[in-house]
Design a protein around this ligand. Structure first.
Ligand SMILES: C[S@@+](CC[C@H](N)C(=O)[O-])C[C@H]1O[C@@H](n2cnc3c(N)ncnc32)[C@H](O)[C@@H]1O
Length: 440
């Protein structure tokens, strides 16, 4: 794989650095469960990495404390392979568990600065090398789009470890020159019910995707959606011959308001500080390596890339705070403006969020607009207590976030005739494995 230069982004901006790993719904309902990978660090690991490794002269030799990398890897393995997770997640869990438990692998990953997410970046780099070099028999453990997930290989971990150590220089090079970047097309299943009122208004839509990455969400009207639940109910919408099929489990007691038809999109534009050009094979390869190696996620991504390449959409490079007013002003009158942000505004500072809302307040004095956000509660971490839309988060939701770990909060502000109304709609797994509608 060619090395791509790292393009600097504003500090605090989400560079596709997932606050939490994604978890696809594909096969969720049909695969047998795997026993969860133990998430506690091994006693040896705890001893070994309780303090930063030292170069021997008292100076920390690593950019990140290996103990922190081990904790990240443990948390990711646990999140991607919780109790009851389908078998197809064994490989992702095993990759992160291998890193978590191995001093030499951790030492490689610990060369990555903390804000560049060492555990995720290391695993993406290792995956990209496996996919590129096709080592035998290790490659056979990794999925191919459209083919069932390879079964658990008992000797995966020693094979993977040996491969990583044999290629430590290439791994280090990839980690030094790339960023962890993930574009999860499954999140369109969380956007669709939030677009229901806009669809019901019967107007065409002008879709503006902030932090669009490779632009996969810009084609949300070209995918097929299957909502399973609550209970035995099912809702399906989208083209029957759609290659991209996004399946989501609807949890709780309320059905998600799925409109009978997809929105009619008259105009689509993405904004990103670093838009990703899918026509560049090295970009595609890197993005594919950042997707968790679970067959549903891999297949969905693969087809979504084909859709995006076949239907080029306009992308504006720039900081949303700077370029959004011009982008919005440039969209012709008529269609209803729908602004979407999935896992983007969560990385804004409090001041940026205030500025962002001020931009929209000013613009919507003249034009109607829906802003749909799917972002974890902010500020990220244990103190999270509000939404990026500045809607009050009920105490139960705040506590649930603390207890269960990170999920996306689906929220919407509707700006109509210079009045605004906000609603907290639901919560969703970061990779669209499930969603729960909470709006009454
Ligand atoms: C976590 S990724 C999410 C990508 C995509 N929305 C998704 O959900 O799959 C965050 C994206 O936002 C972009 N981004 C971060 N800060 C931004 C900003 N201030 N303006 C525009 N894009 C930004 C990053 O480059 C990255 O592509």
């Amino acid at each position: 794989m060619e090395s791509k230069p790292i393009v600097p982004v504003r500090t605090g901006s989400g560079n596709c650095a997932e606050a939490s790993p994604s978890f696809s719904s594909s096969n969720l309902r049909k695969s047998p469960s795997i026993a969860p990978t133990p998430i506690k660090m091994h006693a040896d690991s705890r001893r070994e990495y309780a303090r930063p490794m030292s170069s021997g002269d008292g100076v920390n030799a690593h950019a990140t404390d290996p103990a922190v990398v081990a904790q990240q890897a443990a948390a990711i393995a646990a999140a991607w392979s919780p109790p009851g997770a389908p078998m197809s997640w064994w490989l992702t869990a095993a990759q992160f568990a291998s890193l978590r438990d191995d001093r030499e692998l951790l030492a490689i990953a610990a060369e990555i600065a903390p804000d560049r997410l060492p555990a995720l970046l290391f695993s993406a780099a290792a995956t990209s090398l496996v996919l590129k070099l096709s080592p035998h028999p290790l490659r056979d453990c990794f999925p191919h789009p459209g083919v069932p997930q390879p079964p658990i290989a008992a000797d995966f971990r020693p094979q993977y470890r040996a491969f990583c150590l044999d290629h430590r220089e290439q791994l280090a090079e990839l980690c030094a020159t790339h960023r962890y970047q993930m574009n999860e097309v499954g999140r369109c299943a969380d956007l669709l019910p939030a677009l229901a009122p806009a669809i019901a208004e019967g107007r065409e839509i002008a879709l503006v995707d902030i932090g669009t990455g490779a632009g996969l969400a810009l084609h949300l009207d070209r995918y097929r959606y299957k909502f399973h639940g609550p209970g035995d109910s099912e809702a399906t919408v989208g083209p029957e011959d759609g290659e991209v099929v996004i399946e989501t489990e609807v949890r709780g007691s309320r059905p998600a308001p799925v409109a009978p038809a997809l929105p009619r999109i008259a105009h689509r534009v993405g904004i990103d500080v670093e838009p990703l050009d899918l026509n560049d094979p090295s970009v595609r390869a890197w993005l594919a390596a950042c997707i968790p190696q679970e067959i549903g996620a891999v297949t969905r991504f693969h087809h979504a890339v084909e859709v995006a390449i076949a239907n080029p959409a306009r992308t504006v490079r720039g900081d949303a705070l700077e370029v959004l007013p011009g982008v919005l002003a440039g969209i012709e009158e008529g269609p209803l403006l729908c602004l979407i942000d999935t896992y983007v505004n969560v990385f804004f500072t409090t001041e940026d969020l205030t500025r962002f809302r001020a931009v929209l307040d000013e613009f919507t004095a003249q034009r109607d607009l829906d802003w749909i956000s799917i972002d974890p509660l902010v500020p990220l971490g244990g103190a999270a207590n509000r939404t990026v839309l500045d809607l009050p988060a009920p105490t139960a939701l705040v506590e649930r976030n603390r207890r269960e770990g990170l999920f996306g909060v689906i929220g919407r502000i509707q700006y109509r005739a210079n009045k605004q109304s906000g609603a907290l709609l639901g919560i969703a797994h970061p990779g669209a494995a499930w969603l729960e509608w909470i709006q009454t």
